[in-house]
Design a protein. Structure first.
Length: 410
């Protein structure tokens, strides 16, 4: 770790050292661009196995990127391939509706993707970051302020030292303090919903099948994890019910789970801690400003209904790295407004589209009015019968698109 100086110089500074910030640093390094990464968390916290309870659906395009960055090799042994996705509508305590959609990975040449738990992904990224000579990763370091002018940005750290850079990159989450301080407004949708997350062990094997039940309070996802007998649960619940469930015993929590889960995987038991995450949708009105770019949740945070949040963060990282790599090859200033606008024009329409789509899906499938429920069930059934539409949806989710950055196209 490099020592602080009165005003150090850096080619780029990434503010936020989470999953997307680390991936961005590696993508920039692959383009020959050096970065300083400022992570407010100490490494002993972020590398802890119980740091975060989530698991991520790694789409095919994201896997290609992680492979190109040399990270996938470390992840692969603990990754669970998603072979099938079953989407249905239901009510707690009742069997799922017979109207459903079955997405079969065998209809695609290279499959959907994989489920990977947060600690596996996080530690693999941090290990690769630590090994890169182009990345100065500073844990336990916070950016107190960012002052920008026509020639660069000056980042003041919490110890009073400063870093001067042509480009500051905010990767500090959907409530980005850096974006807020820059005056960037956000389009936001708040929900009376909270995400309850845990892992369970179950008696019967999951066979690589992911289930998404649309219940009145919100989606309930059962996502297969490695080993065959473990799954990650993402349980969307109304705020008052979720708050009540925070303090109940594991036995009561499991009883409520079983009402939604059913018994198709046999006996259940909790595997580790229970987690709670607030849910909302938020999109920055601008992805770039003078000497500043927003990436990941700082640019756009979405409802987890489609499991695409991390994949879209990686698309941001890959796109910005490609734009900056091309700019460097042509001798351009990395923080020039024209360079940054190329990134914004590439990523903002896609981000706005997915944010609106996930927001709309959540509102549609969280509506318990009987006529709406019947129409969406019939809609699911009809959608599942139209093979071209079904395959198009699978290809889109897998990231099999022509507008992706080169590192994600393989």
């Amino acid at each position: 770790m490099a020592e602080n100086t009165a005003q150090a110089q850096a080619q780029t500074v990434i503010i936020g050292g989470g999953l997307v910030g680390s991936a961005l640093a590696l993508a920039l390094a692959a383009e020959g661009i050096a970065s300083v990464v400022l992570d407010p968390l100490p490494l002993k916290v972020s590398r802890a196995r119980d740091f975060d309870g989530r698991a991520y659906a790694i789409a095919l395009a994201s896997r290609r990127m992680l492979s190109a960055l040399g990270v996938w090799e470390a992840i692969a042994p603990d990754a669970q391939e998603i072979l099938d996705i079953l989407v249905s509508d239901g009510e707690p305590g009742r069997k799922a509706s017979p109207h459903f959609v079955h997405f079969d990975s065998r209809e695609l040449a290279q499959g959907f993707g994989h489920m990977v738990e947060d600690p596996v992904l996080r530690i693999a990224l941090l290990d690769k970051v630590a090994a890169s000579p182009l990345i100065d990763y500073r844990d336990g370091t916070k950016a107190s302020s960012v002052a920008r002018d026509g020639f660069g940005a000056t980042i003041t750290l919490d110890d009073g030292s400063q870093i001067r850079t042509p480009l500051a990159i905010a990767c500090d989450g959907r409530r980005s303090a850096i974006a807020k301080a820059a005056g960037i407004e956000r389009i936001a949708a708040e929900y009376d919903q909270i995400g309850l997350v845990c892992a369970v062990r179950h008696e019967r094997p999951h066979h690589g099948v992911a289930h998404e039940y649309f219940l009145p309070a919100g989606p309930f996802a059962i996502l297969p994890l490695s080993g065959g007998h473990r799954s990650s649960l993402v349980w969307t619940e109304r705020g008052d019910m979720a708050e009540a469930l925070r303090s109940v015993s594991d036995a009561v929590y499991l009883a409520e789970l079983r009402r939604r889960f059913g018994d198709f995987l046999g006996a259940l038991e909790l595997d580790g801690k229970r987690w709670v995450y607030p849910l909302n949708t938020t999109v920055a009105r601008a992805f770039v400003q003078e000497r500043l770019a927003l990436v990941g949740d700082a640019a756009r945070g979405m409802h987890p209904i489609a499991g695409q949040g991390f994949n879209y963060g990686l698309r941001d990282a890959a796109a910005l790295a490609e734009v900056l790599g091309n700019a460097q090859r042509y001798g351009e200033d990395l923080g020039d407004g024209g360079v940054l606008e190329r990134y914004a024009e590439w990523r903002r329409p896609d981000s706005l589209g997915i944010s609106l789509a996930t927001d709309g899906l959540n509102r549609l499938f969280s509506n318990d009015m009987a006529p709406v429920r019947m129409l969406r069930r019939l809609g699911l059934s009809a959608f599942g019968q139209i093979a071209p539409l079904r395959r198009a949806a699978m290809s889109y989710a897998a990231g099999d698109r022509t507008d992706l950055p080169a590192i994600m196209r393989g």
